[in-house]
Design a protein around this ligand. Structure first.
Ligand code: MN
Length: 290
């Protein structure tokens, strides 16, 4: 076992709005060094860094839209999000909770600030990932997993806690069911804490600094809101919290299939994208009220 290297530390790009409720920095895909393949099976990452939303009686967010071919994973750090989809899935997630929506063969969904939270307004912070599905599972049935923080598996380390959203850490399994091997943790670390991680060299691995600031492998400084891409060499690395910190840790086995993405659809071929548009236009994604 050898040290997993740091490939680069990346600062957040200029934010843009998704609908009127999500002010995000898109880390994946974001440049030639981070295309949709580089973090396969994670093909998209939008990060709403801390942003204050004024009180609003009309919840802000994104109206009804389709997805096919992958999963959307939303991790709430501040604020509350309400989700509804045409397969009947839905729920409210708040601080520390995760919603894992498998669009697969296709759903319509909408994503808004939760009504009561919206009336008060406040600081909002969230991550949304798109996790790709292998070709054999792209047309499977949609499903919805609500993962509340209280039900999440947790491992205590010295001066910190590792919340296991998916995959496993030190033999403890996470809560979410995934289609391909994927580890997703929140490392909540007190100042000075040292957390150790080990993933196979070929797993695509990255970190996002949600709170505080860290040093990776005693060498690479990663401030707040920065993204750290780990190299595909070596297995082991460590992060040291320079102050109280929260770090999202992502590592997955690449699916290594062709990716043809168009808007809300991610398939393997152009023909499948055309079919997705046809099915959507023919109402085959079901119905969801605005
Ligand atoms: Mn969506």
């Amino acid at each position: 076992m050898s040290i997993k290297s740091v490939e680069f530390v990346m600062s957040p790009s200029e934010p843009h709005f998704v609908g009127d409720g999500f002010r995000v920095h898109t880390f994946i895909p974001s440049s030639y060094r981070l295309d949709m393949h580089r973090m396969d099976p994670i093909i998209m990452m939008d990060y709403n860094s801390k942003h204050y939303f004024e009180p609003s009686n009309t919840p802000k967010g994104v109206g009804v839209h389709p997805h096919r071919g992958f999963e959307t994973v939303t991790i709430a750090y501040k604020g509350k999000v309400e989700h509804h989809d045409s397969s009947g899935g839905g729920g409210i997630i708040g601080e520390g909770d995760v919603q894992w929506m498998t669009a697969a063969s296709g759903v319509l969904h909408k994503e808004f600030h939760e009504k009561e939270w919206s009336k008060k307004g406040g600081e909002f912070q969230m991550v949304q990932l798109w996790v790709n599905l292998p070709a054999k599972d792209k047309m499977s049935a949609p499903k919805y997993q609500s993962i509340e923080n209280t039900s999440m598996s947790k491992v205590n380390i010295e001066n910190g806690i590792i919340e296991i959203i998916a995959g496993e850490y030190q033999g403890i399994k996470g809560t979410a069911n995934t289609f391909t091997p994927l580890h997703l943790y929140n490392a909540r670390l007190k100042q000075g804490a040292n957390a150790h991680f080990s993933f196979p060299a070929h797993y695509n691995t990255a970190l996002l600094v949600i709170e505080g600031s860290i040093i990776v492998n005693n060498e690479h400084k990663a401030p707040l809101d920065h993204f750290v891409l780990m190299g595909n060499v070596g297995e082991n690395f460590e992060i040291t919290a320079q102050e109280d910190s929260v770090v999202l840790v992502l590592s997955g086995e690449p699916i290594n299939e062709t990716i043809v993405a168009h808007g809300p659809f991610v398939m393997n071929t152009k023909q499948e994208i055309i079919e997705a548009f046809n099915d959507f236009n023919q109402g085959k994604f079901g119905y969801l009220e605005d």
